[in-house]
Design a protein. Structure first.
Lengths: 236, 120
């Protein structure tokens, strides 16, 4: 059994098939449950996939090596987000003033809250550095991490937990505050939950998706400029 | 065929982004620079829009699939938390709750009346 699994893992086909299967099964499962808003389909699919990997005792590193073929498409898929951004451009331009006022504050707070809480609970400086880019999309976060330091695995884990938490909290808090405006929900998802939030926003609708793409890319760029500078100023 | 031509457009903007990032040494990803270049191109010129849409729409539809291998990793990093997991989880989850609250509240104040056309 292990020999067979090892053999199947020599090509990326098994990892890709498992990912596709989890994606399809996750969508089915959520549909059967009536698609609850607090549980993004990506979370259901990821839980299923993690369960299958654990059950077959496939090492995550082995799985990831195969799935890298799938993740290669993330580059062109990120570029593709420019299309909805273009299509929603009139809506975005109409809002340039509040966006300009809101984005820098929100980007700084996204990092400051987490770093503040961790510092208050006594986490060492390397941990603080790893948590700072938590709302930034992974490729940019890796670039920031190279400048400010901190363990990479912890930073990546922080990104993922943040993304999933952002999806859950945005739907809960938006309902609590009575916000139904797709533009606000989309922006909050992209700003706080990077790619995971953006995926969720496209499930809500094209307007939310476009505003999430905007939030994600601007958060990435502003953080790349601001975090290394802030780190140097704070002398951490 | 339009989808393939569109995919070539996307790869072209990705490579252009990669070139710019490499030349300027900015800690920004090629994908995000490519995204902004594509938006600017469509806004200023608009060439190849139909082809780009044929490739971009299916790619965006499977974005959830493409990020899944990374998301699964979240369940396998608990070892990396190195005994400070209370501080780390409190920071990530508490911090995200606070920043989601602030963002939503701030944006609602600043954006004012909801967009009538917001729901498709």
């Amino acid at each position: 059994m292990t020999a067979l699994l090892d053999h199947l893992l020599t090509t990326p086909i098994l990892a890709i098939a498992l990912t596709l299967a989890a994606h399809v099964a996750g969508a089915r499962l959520l549909k059967a449950l009536g698609a609850p808003a607090w549980c993004p389909s990506i979370l259901a699919a990821a839980l299923l996939l993690a369960g299958v990997l654990a059950l077959l005792s496939i090492d995550y590193a082995d799985y990831r090596r195969g799935a890298a073929w799938l993740m290669l498409l993330l580059g062109p898929a990120t570029v593709a987000l420019g299309l909805p951004l273009h299509q929603q451009m009139p809506r975005i331009i109409a809002l340039w003033r509040p966006l300009l006022a809101c984005l820098p504050v929100a980007v700084i707070l996204a990092a400051a809250y987490a770093v503040g809480i961790a510092w208050w609970l006594g986490a060492p400086p390397e941990t603080l550095a790893a948590l700072a880019p938590k709302s930034v999309t992974a490729p940019i976060a890796l670039g920031i991490n190279a400048q400010i330091g901190g363990p990479v695995s912890l930073m990546m884990g922080g990104l993922l937990i943040t993304g999933v938490a952002a999806v859950i909290f945005v739907s809960l808090v938006a309902r609590l505050l009575g916000i139904r405006d797709e533009r606000i929900i989309g922006l909050a998802l992209g700003l706080n939950g990077h790619a995971i939030g953006t995926v969720r926003a496209f499930e809500i609708g094209p307007v939310a998706g476009a505003f999430a793409s905007l939030g994600m890319s601007l958060t990435g760029i502003l953080s790349a400029l601001f975090l290394p500078l802030a780190w140097r100023l704070l002398g951490a | 065929m339009p989808a393939l031509r569109g995919f070539l457009w996307l790869l072209g903007f990705l490579l252009l982004g990669e070139t710019l990032v490499t030349l300027t040494c900015l800690p920004v990803s090629a994908g995000v620079v490519g995204l902004l270049l594509l938006t600017a191109w469509l806004r200023l010129h608009g060439g190849g829009l139909a082809d780009i849409a044929a490739a971009a729409q299916p790619l965006i539809a499977v974005l959830a699939l493409l990020i899944m291998p990374g998301v699964v990793g979240a369940f396998f990093i608990l070892d990396a938390l190195e005994g400070q997991w209370t501080a780390i989880l409190a920071a990530l989850i508490g911090g995200t709750l606070l920043s989601v609250l602030t963002t939503l509240w701030l944006m609602r104040r600043l954006m004012g009346a909801p967009d009538e056309n917001a729901s498709p």
